[in-house]
Design a protein around this ligand. Structure first.
Ligand SMILES: Cc1cc2nc3c(=O)[nH]c(=O)nc-3n(C[C@H](O)[C@H](O)[C@H](O)COP(=O)(O)OP(=O)(O)OC[C@H]3O[C@@H](n4cnc5c(N)ncnc54)[C@H](O)[C@@H]3O)c2cc1C
Length: 463
């Protein structure tokens, strides 16, 4: 086990002077990344711990899955992002324990444990997919939360067309050419739209035995509307736009079974089987187990998604030095969107800075809603910004601009624009490479984030 002080080694400080304040940030997603950025130049040493080496721009994962973008374009290395920040260190590892008494975080990398001490802690570990108790669905219907998930989907999607090309019967071909998307939120809608563009435009003329344009794409939504949070008008527009693209939209329809040859649903019309070899799970979120860990230790409540109810200043009850931000926190009904994570991460960092500099910190985190955007296909998107509801090409242009703005790294912005031009102005897909195509969905590598260590531990004061 390595003991880490939670500070960048600084020989100039080994002179008996008091140690600088140590901040540990768990998670390099939007919450963690923007917290660390906001701590730049603070009189503190920052350690950012993540189980991956990158910051992931999740809103563009579906474009990696459908071959528009490469994984590197949406997942820049954290070490590179912070290479000039002398007060910031990066530690690769899965956080498996948080000791609130000793103020120490345990992380593991390939069986090697590291303990990092902190004076302030920001937990920004995000959320994963929820299968609502049907975890067995995950092997055949991966979620879309990580780079591994996106590459798994890419592999399955492009494999499906190849196996359809060599199918021995019409029914087998139909199965391979049917894509079921479970969940009609932004991820499900965006994924379905891109599957339509891929099959109807990009793959045209690529095959001699099959017509990719004949692919069946089905979105299954348990609720009465797609993109419910965008309001009735945009929701109806989205449904109409998807149907125009030839996508089947099943509303008020629950998925009750998933296996490697299809999806079973239930609705008022009765049970239905959708034979499909490619299934994308875009329904439900479940907060990182680290949320339950710190909640149990402090008596904080968690909601049905596992998000932690925090104090108005994003701190844990009884632990003003521990902040929970982003998708993992529950505070006055804020949605699970990137802006909440960015703003709460910055808020936590600002509170730490204020405390260090003797300024009174703001007592409440206040979320400034900047609106919501979702794309349907090229030139079509929807935007809900305050009272404004925009659809079609203007919303799509806005979507392009906002996503470019928040994408990390100049080089990534340039190459993303080039790849968008290839896909949206032309018909191509720059990233169709997928490793070893295999026949059965279940034989492909499971959707992969590293497994959470089973023995998560924490201790609170008083133990
Ligand atoms: C497919 C998809 C599309 C989306 N589209 C949009 C959109 O268009 N607009 C929008 O506003 N929002 C969108 N969101 C939501 C948005 O991405 C999230 O709200 C945001 O990423 C939350 O940020 P976060 O920092 O809380 O968590 P995350 O970004 O999930 O980051 C969590 C980090 O913690 C790390 N981590 C987790 N557990 C551990 C552990 N035990 N040890 C070490 N590291 C750990 C993870 O590796 C990850 O890097 C989308 C999400 C998805 C999945």
């Amino acid at each position: 086990m390595t003991q880490r002080l939670g500070r960048v080694p600084d020989p100039a400080q080994d002179d008996g002077r008091p140690q600088r304040h140590r901040v540990v940030v768990i998670g390099s997603g939007f919450g963690g990344l923007f917290a660390v950025k906001a701590l730049q130049g603070a009189p503190a040493d920052v350690t950012l711990i993540d189980r991956t080496t990158h910051h992931l721009f999740q809103p563009l994962l579906y474009q990696v899955a459908t071959g528009i973008l490469s994984e590197g374009e949406i997942a820049p290395p954290i070490r590179d992002i912070f290479k000039r920040e002398r007060n910031t260190d990066v530690l690769l590892g899965e956080v498996t324990g948080i000791d609130l008494t000793q103020r120490a975080v345990t992380s593991e990398l390939d069986g090697h444990a590291t303990v990092t001490s902190y004076d302030s802690l920001i937990v920004a570990a995000g959320a994963g997919p929820s299968y609502f108790g049907n975890e067995q669905f995950a092997a055949v219907a991966p979620g879309l939360k990580s780079i591994d998930d996106a590459l798994t989907h890419r592999q399955r999607i492009f494999a499906a067309f190849e196996f359809a090309d060599q199918a021995e019967s019409a029914s087998e071909r139909e199965q391979w050419l049917t894509f079921a998307v479970v969940g009609g939120g932004p991820t499900g809608v965006e994924m379905a739209g891109q599957l339509a563009e891929l099959s109807r435009r990009s793959l045209r003329d690529n095959y001699r035995q099959i017509d990719p344009a004949a692919s069946r794409i089905v979105v299954v939504e348990a609720g009465p509307a797609l993109l419910a949070e965008f309001g009735l008008r945009l929701s109806r527009k989205t449904t109409a736009d998807l149907r125009k693209l030839g996508i089947e939209v099943l509303l008020d329809t629950r998925v009750v079974g998933v296996d490697d040859t299809g999806v079973d649903t239930e609705s008022a019309a009765g049970p239905q089987r959708i034979p499909a070899r490619t299934i994308v799970w875009a329904a439900g979120v479940s907060a990182s187990p680290l949320g339950g860990l710190v909640a149990n230790a402090t008596g904080a409540e968690t909601n049905r998604h596992g998000q932690v109810a925090v104090n108005p200043d994003c701190t844990l009850p009884g632990h003003p030095e521990v902040f929970v931000v982003g998708d993992l926190m529950q505070i006055s009904g804020t949605p699970g969107v990137a802006q909440v994570a960015i703003q709460s991460g910055r808020f936590a960092a600002k509170t730490i800075r204020d405390r260090l500099q003797g300024r009174p910190p703001r007592p409440h985190f206040h979320y400034r809603d900047k609106g919501m955007l979702a794309t349907i296909s090229r030139f079509r998107a929807v935007a809900a910004i305050g009272p404004l509801r925009i659809g079609g090409t203007p919303a799509w242009v806005l979507w392009l601009g906002v996503h470019l703005f928040y994408l990390v790294g100049f080089k990534n912005r340039v190459t993303v624009v080039l790849h968008w031009a290839v896909s949206f102005l032309g018909k191509g897909r720059s990233e169709r490479t997928a490793p070893s195509l295999r026949r059965s969905g279940t034989q492909l590598p499971p959707a992969g984030r590293p497994p959470m260590a089973p023995d998560l531990q924490t201790r609170t004061s008083g133990e």
